[in-house]
Write a protein that binds this ligand. Structure first.
Ligand code: IPD
Length: 269
């Protein structure tokens, strides 16, 4: 059986290759290929090309595993493992040339559903900054090989909190209303624009906490494991694990302060 550490090696290799391709295509000139859920939810040619590269490389290296990707959908495997891939997380940043986008590759055991899966390994690569965030289950989190740990001992009033907004105008309006409630209670709020990097930023102590509603599995699969392995507590709506309805990530002491406020709003949603 392949160990989680070995699976991580594969994740890192394919994520690095796709990140280099995405960065090259960014220099060549970005082309919007289509809009998805709304007119602002775009997909570029580079998203599709990067996902093709990753899917092809994984099929060659791990032919019995399943695949779930943002651009090309899912295919069940026979091994019980599934690769969950966002070829470019932060597509809008990518489109504008803001250097906060990343390739996210995770491998999970069980159905590719955040409610029940077990994430074994994950890599998030930001090619512009040359940053490779990695973790495998039980092995700790690293940035370019250096161990990461969340910042502990930060009170809510001094917390720098990341979040994101969905593409649907009605949904994002509700999300913004909550931010309006929260912003008076914390140090400040950041909307960086790539959920995978938000979670890695919690792992690296660049954010104290992060929450978002409406994420897709590929947005958080790798980043949530990296944050968890760096010592973060990760939760979802109520007792559920982090997923589409809600994901909250923070050092355990800050989580205890932030989570009830987030829950209060999002259970009313
Ligand atoms: C989006 C980003 C963004 C988050 C959105 C995601 P995409 O992913 O992660 O930060 O707020 O919810 O959909 O579309 O850039 O892959």
């Amino acid at each position: 059986m392949t160990s989680s550490a070995e699976l991580l090696e594969i994740a890192v290799t394919v994520a690095r290759r796709a990140a280099a391709l995405a960065q090259q295509r960014r220099y060549d000139g970005v082309e919007v290929a289509a809009s998805k859920s709304t007119i602002s939810d775009i997909v570029t040619q580079a998203d599709r090309e990067a996902e093709r590269l990753i899917r092809g490389a994984l099929e060659a290296a791990r032919p019995r595993d399943g695949f779930l990707g943002e651009e090309s959908g899912g295919e069940a495997g026979e091994s019980g493992l599934t690769w969950v891939v966002d070829p470019i997380d932060g597509t809008v940043n990518y489109f504008y040339g803001i250097p906060a986008y990343a390739v996210s590759v995770a491998v999970v055991e069980g159905d590719p559903d955040p409610a029940t899966w077990r994430t074994l390994a994950g890599a998030v690569v930001n090619p512009v900054l040359g940053e490779v965030f990695t973790a495998y289950e039980g092995g700790g989190a690293r940035l370019n090989g250096t161990p990461l740990h969340v910042t502990e001992g930060v009170g809510l009033d001094l917390a720098l909190v990341g979040t994101g907004f969905g593409y649907d105008p009605e949904v994002r309006l509700k999300q913004a209303r909550f931010v309006a409630e929260l912003i008076g209670k914390v140090r400040d709020v950041r909307r960086i624009g790539a959920a995978s990097l938000d979670l890695c930023n919690v792992a690296a102590g660049r954010l104290d906490a992060y929450f978002e509603r409406g994420l897709n599995p590929w947005d958080h699969a790798a980043g949530a494991l990296i944050a968890k392995e760096a010592g973060a507590r990760i939760g979802g709506l109520g007792e559920a694990p982090g997923g589409r309805e809600l994901i909250v990530a923070a050092a355990p002491d800050l989580f205890e302060q932030l989570d009830p406020i987030v829950q209060e709003y999002y259970t009313r949603w």
